[in-house]
Design a protein around this ligand. Structure first.
Ligand code: SAM
Length: 256
């Protein structure tokens, strides 16, 4: 019996062989590389990957789909965690993983923040996401798309938008266009902070009042004189600061 897509799990299954070809070409899997797939669903991408690699990890929340995946691939080839990727401790999986997935769009932002906390363990990530989410990840300062997701993603990863995927490539088609993106972890010396938790706090405070000036939005953390000393205009807004500005502010707090 065919699986009836569940809306609550953001299920839109890839049903376009040419798009699958493009995704696999973008991932360019090597036979001895380690992969984890988030949300394999009915296993269309999984099958393509397992034609190249002997085994891979995956995490799928839907019990029925997980049973189907076990039946299709067996537990030797597909090391499947049946559960919530948002709660998965990726450090329990081997280091040096390449992460892939046509992600459930309803949790994509939360999932990105979760994956950022494990960024150093990953070789790279290739995801299908809602086009708007990729645009937010890749956004530059002083644009409407620039926000918390842009700063945090760009702190951890180099963001490479790859190609657009039309809604018609999925069953059922989502209401939005999709886009493939490649994320490559940035080296520690380029990131520059011992504690990314501070960056998250500063960025969250700044963007929680997007229309406020930084003088007001960051009042509880950094006073006006300190902002000036650190080269930040207190009259600017969160969206005007670059990643480097946020790192400078966080580095100052780190020293306190
Ligand atoms: N990869 C499949 C494909 O391309 O056809 C399915 C993609 S579908 C957009 C998203 C998949 O993620 C579904 O299989 C869904 O059940 C699964 N999923 C949704 N929420 C999840 C979660 N929190 N953790 C793990 N898997 C999840």
């Amino acid at each position: 019996m065919r699986h009836i897509p569940r809306k609550r799990f953001g299920q839109h299954f890839l049903a376009d062989a040419a798009i699958l070809d493009r995704i696999v070409a973008a991932i360019d899997p090597g036979a001895d590389e380690l992969f984890v797939e988030i949300g394999p669903g009915e296993g269309v991408l999984t099958a393509r990957m397992l034609a190249v690699v002997a085994r891979m990890h995956a995490v799928e929340i839907d019990r029925d789909l997980a049973a189907g995946l076990r039946a299709k691939f067996g537990g030797e080839k597909l090391l499947l965690v049946e559960g919530d990727a948002l709660a998965l401790d990726f450090s329990a999986l081997p280091e040096g993983l390449r992460v892939i997935g046509n992600l459930p769009y309803n949790i994509s932002t939360a999932l990105m923040f979760h994956l950022c906390t494990f960024a150093e363990r990953f070789v790279d990530m290739h995801f299908m996401l809602q086009k708007e989410v990729v645009e937010r990840m890749a956004a530059t300062p002083s644009t409407p798309q620039y926000g918390r997701l842009s700063v945090m993603t760009q702190y951890w990863f180099e963001v490479q938008p790859l190609f657009l995927v039309p809604a018609a490539a999925f069953r059922p088609p989502p209401k939005v266009e999709s886009m493939m993106v490649r994320l490559i972890p940035r080296p520690a010396d380029l990131r520059g902070l011992a504690d990314a938790g501070l960056l998250k706090r500063v960025v969250t405070a700044a963007f929680s009042h997007r229309r406020k000036t930084l003088r007001n939005a960051l009042a509880g953390m950094l006073n006006e004189a300190k902002l000036v000393e650190l080269g930040v205009n207190p009259g600017a807004r969160a969206e005007n600061l670059s990643l480097n500005d946020y790192v400078t502010l966080s580095r100052h707090l780190e020293k306190l």
